[in-house]
Design a protein around this ligand. Structure first.
Ligand code: C5P
Length: 232
């Protein structure tokens, strides 16, 4: 599985997304479509971007009873996306059902990765509201191991956690890592950031990059710089 840069298309309309992608004349970046764009435009925008030749990570973070997730994953798989995700908190039974639903009649399926604990959840809130009283990093690693045991392909995590995830779940278990910034760029609301070059050293398999590319004066050259630093 090759390393790649995934651009987070955190935009609220089809027009903005297509205008942005029109800026890429030489390459077809792997893009992440999240809830904002998907809820604004529905499956049509996914199909349209796919038809333009982009790989798509559909970031909808499913979490429901196993049967519902299985049936929903089958619909996502029909959209021919390349990567989808769910919450590991749904348990192994839900993750296994998701894999079944995703697998197409010809045996192929999109890459399936898990969200462990959201980075917005602090140790204090996890203890007080979720009644989980273990150290957060231990919880993240346990959820990653459950995802691996269920047969998933990887997890979303910080580049700073990529090495530990690989140690716990194997080197072929994918780490898809947001929180990436250029050395001289603003961190924004990301608390712990890493450069593309550092993410590569730390063993990330895919970096997810939003604002450093979306808000760059020249997004295509910011993307190329990410690829150069991360993929080489
Ligand atoms: O703009 P920025 O590079 O911070 O975008 C990062 C992307 O990765 C956003 O789409 C954000 O929702 C997503 N993400 C994240 N942290 C996580 C999970 C997803 O930043 N833990």
């Amino acid at each position: 599985m090759g390393k790649d840069v995934i651009i987070a298309l955190d935009l609220d309309s089809r027009k903005k997304a297509l205008d942005f992608l029109d800026g890429f004349s030489e390459e077809k970046p792997f893009v992440k479509i999240g809830m904002e764009l998907y809820f604004a435009e529905g499956p049509a925008v996914v199909r349209e971007i796919k038809a333009r030749g982009h790989k798509i990570f559909l970031d909808l973070k499913l979490h429901d009873i196993p049967n519902t997730v299985k049936r929903s994953m089958a619909r996502l798989s029909e959209m021919d996306v390349d990567m989808v995700n769910l919450h590991a908190a749904g348990t192994k039974a839900m993750m296994e059902a998701a894999l079944e639903g995703l697998t197409r009649p010809d045996g192929t399926r999109p890459i399936l990765i898990a969200v462990t604990q959201l980075t917005s959840i602090s140790q204090e809130r996890m203890e007080r509201e979720l009644l989980i009283e273990k150290p957060l990093d231990q919880v993240v690693m346990h959820y990653a191991q459950c995802a691996a045991q269920a047969g998933l392909d990887g997890v979303v995590c910080s580049p700073l956690e990529a090495g530990k995830v690989h140690d716990a779940c194997g080197n072929s278990f994918l780490t898809v890592t947001p929180g990436v910034r250029f050395a001289e760029g603003p961190a924004g609301d990301q608390a712990r950031v890493t450069t593309p070059a550092r993410a590569r050293e730390l063993g990330s398999d895919y970096i997810v990059v939003g604002r450093p590319i979306l808000q760059a004066a020249d997004p295509a050259s910011a993307y190329r710089r990410c690829v150069e630093e991360f993929v080489g």
